[in-house]
Design a protein around this ligand. Structure first.
Ligand code: ATP
Ligand code: MG
Length: 377
């Protein structure tokens, strides 16, 4: 926050207005350290750039410049409004405006629509501080209008309820119930970002209840999945845990949530964790084939207490490359050419070693192989 205040000071010296704004002010007033700090200013993006030696054009078309100072990055955005919400999504155009009040008016909720001077004086036109005290998420202005401008805000309201342990204001909630179907117009990537945040926040269950009571679940891809009981779910740093939790309890597969466009890493983690969670029993082979991350998620679901790093350390090998013999060796020893048999035998050898029935020693592997292979033939 020190750096952000310094940025504000520099902009003010150059004759512009500048304030800390949005989530950073909210978190500061709640006594939490903000994730990222946003600054809003009367200076145009070009003017902001001329005030600092290091900047990056992260979102210049939206008026945002990332200022790099003292090893930190502060997002500085020119006062703006948004206009032309033609399809319940983000605006068609942004328009720079002259005054802070106009900038604050476009923001989603009263608790996110406050600004703060570098002297830490709070500017609060919409009762944000009062709502923080009452732990309420309330739309700025007319909720019906605000949600039809950008339907993602409905999901953001639901997300902030688990992030902050707040309730949604009655009028705002009623409006979400009325307009839930508008969420269908929102890109799945933006939806997933909010759902992921729900799954890593401490009060996941509250958000999921809201998804159900607002009927948003009826309009989200695979929305019925969110209606699984959440009371046993313990959120951690990784949102994947939440997705696996739903699939596991509802006996569904990754294919059922494919619409959310997971990254390949997420997909691998989900599929592996799900398979490990569903395995009949866990033994050395389980600890060998699944990653530590997959096993952590799966063991939580099975309510198992195991020391996964220890179980992994106990294994004689950790991957095929640790094996003292190669496929080439097997081919030499059997005087056979490559073929489907080889894969089968490598796997057989791998299993014997992982289970500790065969020592990972080239001579012993050779004896074992020649014996078994001839026996098999
Ligand atoms: P956090 O970063 O803790 O998730 P935040 O409040 O900083 O919460 P961001 O998504 O980073 O949320 O957005 C920063 C600010 O921009 C918000 O506080 C809000 O004022 C405004 N904002 C973000 N998204 C919207 C939106 N869809 N409609 C209106 N205002 C928005
Ligand atoms: Mg933020």
């Amino acid at each position: 926050m020190k750096t952000a205040l310094k940025v504000i000071g520099i902009l003010e010296k150059a004759g512009y207005e500048a304030y800390m704004v949005g989530g950073a002010v909210r978190d500061y007033l709640l006594g939490k350290s903000p994730q990222d700090i946003d600054v809003t200013t009367s200076a145009s993006p070009q003017e902001v750039k001329s005030c600092f030696s290091k900047t990056i054009d992260t979102g210049i078309q939206h008026g945002t410049v990332l200022v790099l100072l003292d090893g930190e990055g502060i997002e500085v955005t020119t006062f703006r409004t948004e206009s032309g919400y033609s399809d319940n999504r983000r605006p068609d155009a942004v328009e720079f405006v002259k005054s802070l009040p106009e900038d604050l008016k476009r923001r989603d909720f009263t608790i996110n629509a406050m600004a703060m001077t570098k002297e830490l004086k709070v500017i609060d036109f919409f009762g944000g501080q009062e709502d923080l005290k009452r732990k309420l998420i309330r739309a700025v202005g007319e909720p019906d209008r605000r949600f039809s401008e950008d339907a993602l805000r409905m999901l953001r309201a639901v997300r902030f309820s688990s992030q902050l342990n707040f309730m949604i204001d009655e009028k705002t909630l009623a409006s979400i119930k009325r307009q839930a179907r508008l969420i269908r117009s929102i890109a799945v990537e933006r939806i997933k970002t909010e759902i992921d945040k729900i799954m890593v926040n401490p009060h996941t269950q509250r958000s999921m209840e809201y998804l159900k009571t607002t009927t948003l679940t009826k309009h989200l891809p695979a929305g019925y999945l969110f209606e699984v009981p959440w009371e046993k779910y313990i959120a951690e740093g990784n949102s994947v845990k939440g997705w696996v939790y739903m699939l596991y309890h509802l006996e569904k597969e990754f294919a059922d949530i494919r619409a959310y466009k997971f990254s390949n890493d997420e997909k691998r983690l989900i599929e592996g964790a799900l398979r490990a969670a569903r395995a009949d029993f866990w033994d050395a082979w389980t600890y060998y084939v699944y990653t530590e991350e997959q096993l952590q998620i799966a063991s939580a679901l099975r309510e198992m207490t195991v020391n996964i790093p220890l179980e992994k350390r106990r294994l004689p090998i950790h991957s095929k490359t640790d094996i003292q013999a190669t496929g080439r060796d097997l081919m030499d020893w059997s005087a056979s050419r490559q073929g489907p048999w080889l894969k089968k035998w490598i796997e057989k050898m791998e299993k014997e070693i992982v289970y500790g029935r065969l020592q990972n020693d080239k001579e012993q592997i050779k004896d074992w192989f020649i014996n078994e292979y001839n026996h098999d033939a």
